[in-house]
Write a protein that binds this ligand. Sequence first.
Ligand SMILES: Cc1cc2nc3c(=O)[nH]c(=O)nc-3n(C[C@H](O)[C@H](O)[C@H](O)COP(=O)(O)OP(=O)(O)OC[C@H]3O[C@@H](n4cnc5c(N)ncnc54)[C@H](O)[C@@H]3O)c2cc1C
Length: 649
Amino acid sequence: MADSKLISKIPDGPLKDKWSKRKSSIRVVSPNNKRKLEVIVVGTGLGGASAAASLGEMGYNVKIFCISDSPRRAHSIAAQGGINAAKNYQNDNDSVSRLFFDTVKGGDYRSREANVYRLAEVSAAIIDQCVAQGVPFAREYGGYLANRSFGGVQVSRTFYARGQTGQQLLLGAYASLNKEIAAGTVKSYPRHEMLDLVIINGEAKGIIARNLVTGKLERFGAHAVVLATGGYGNTYFLSTNAMNSNGSAAMQAYRKGAFFANPCFAQIHPTCIPVHGDQQCKLTLMSESLRNDGRIWVPKKKEDVMKLRKHEIKPSQIPEEDRDYYLERRYPAFGNLVPRDVASRAAKERCDAGFGVNETGLAVFLDFADAIKRLGEEKVAERYGNLFQMYEKITSTSPWKEPMMIYPAIHYTMGGLWVDYDLQTTIPGLYAIGEANFSDHGGNRLGASALMQGLADGYFILPYTIGDYLSHKFAEPKTDINAPEFEAAEKAVKERIDKIFAVKGTETVDSIHKKLGHIMWEYVGMARNEAGLKKAIVEIGKLREEFWKTVRVPGTNEEFNQELEKALRLVDFFDIGELMARDALNRKESCGGHFREEMQTEEGETKRDDENFMYVAAWEYKGEGKEPELHKEDLVYENIKIVTRNYKD
Ligand SMILES: Cc1cc2nc3c(=O)[nH]c(=O)nc-3n(C[C@H](O)[C@H](O)[C@H](O)COP(=O)(O)OP(=O)(O)OC[C@H]3O[C@@H](n4cnc5c(N)ncnc54)[C@H](O)[C@@H]3O)c2cc1C
């Protein structure tokens, strides 16, 4: 039976008509009235920047916030590999339906059909928009935009700008944003961190933000609030995410009534530079694009493994017949381009079996020798030159001479705030876009699909759907930031900050966060089981208590204080980590990136339980120290045949 609190608002009718149908029924706000309406956008990554620029251009009054000193330094800038779109430029039989199908299958049948189809449908327009902004996508000799392949697909649909796709796309969105800032429709608040959401009469009406330079708490009101605050991968401490990526805004919304969907769906990326010591605070991604031409292998013989670990031989000295190209062996149809969850687990399997090639035993090779022979150095440099350079700078090994070493690492979170088809959360007037919502990727995201989703949400979906809500609001006066609700929210934030300073312990925030990371990686990481997940919940609880007894945050609130910023975020990471473990415990099946050891096939592949778990798990906050309540949104597949994922043939 449908859960009465989860109204997904998916339009009825044929899949391919749903979005057109919804668009035509959305009420439009007239230009005069748009001028009376205010929208807060939190986050300036691809989701937030594109949304704010579009809303500003439409005539709304927008305020945009970010943690960094400039909107263009959002985490999105790190994206390397590319952005998907069903343009079929390669004439390899790509289409909207194929992109839709690949994405639902890639997500292991745990995403909404209607959302994914819409994403595929608007994908082509994103590329046109970005080209018009001047984004320098790679081109073929004849002038067409170039494409490459990413994991989980058999066509080439990934548009890219060398290894800097996110940066170039963000510069495009930022240029549009700047136009609006200059026109006065968007006001930008860099170095302002949202610390609470303000709800008045059940609707989102504003935020409390801390000016990160002065420490002052400031109130901002609006007719609607959009969260584009990114993912929560840094719960694990070590991840490929930017250092200030966090899940706090989502948690603030969760505590005020927004449901949190599928928190346990976290993506582990197979091609990261392995951990090299315990003083590290960041992991580096080597782009998935490298799997187009790089071949992944480990030695077949344990004696070669031992020699490698002792540096007695170089990988290039191991003859071809003694190499195990395990992805090509296990998944002949997709080879090195299987989806990320499959490639990550396969690397773990080889390393657990004792074939890891570095001193820690936690690394496999990504080898370009064949590609260099086949394509020549110039071509390889054209495709991956900056990535090779980056690898060499970090590891002092040249990928031109010896294979790269890689190992899986936390990279992306498919879970996030539950949103309906309009991208509205369970709080009226509160929207979530980009990585901050749960919307499109199910149990596993395919490579190059996050940028697509962030820009689809920001340029083409939210600017329309939010109009439906705002069309009822233009007669309302501006939100009064002196209302008691703002007063109470600001007071609560101040008390939280004071409480942190009052601990005066001896431990740094990072040292406690690192412990949380260990718990998460050990028990809520690549492989999970009931006992481990239960243990994680207990251990996180103990660590939270330890934090409130031992943390030391130096300095004061009234200054630029990054230790305080980190401490505030860590308090939320405890809650996210616990929610992730709880969700993983509930989901007694393996699907996508969520691998429950109890549920696997004889070959070690994921074993879904469609009968009992084909739903979105949406968690409702029930108060501090209380167990959250689980709501289920059933997933209905009418246009796609549900099968076991197969990348073998
Ligand atoms: C190394 C790396 C490479 C990647 N490569 C690709 C790729 O090639 N293709 C692809 O599709 N995807 C890629 N991804 C994933 C993709 O980059 C992200 O999912 C996407 O950019 C997220 O965009 P976003 O707008 O949702 O959030 P983000 O870019 O994370 O932006 C979040 C914004 O919110 C702000 N913010 C957060 N909390 C607050 C707060 N409380 N108050 C105020 N502001 C706040 C931040 O300052 C920032 O401006 C990659 C990810 C990584 C880590």
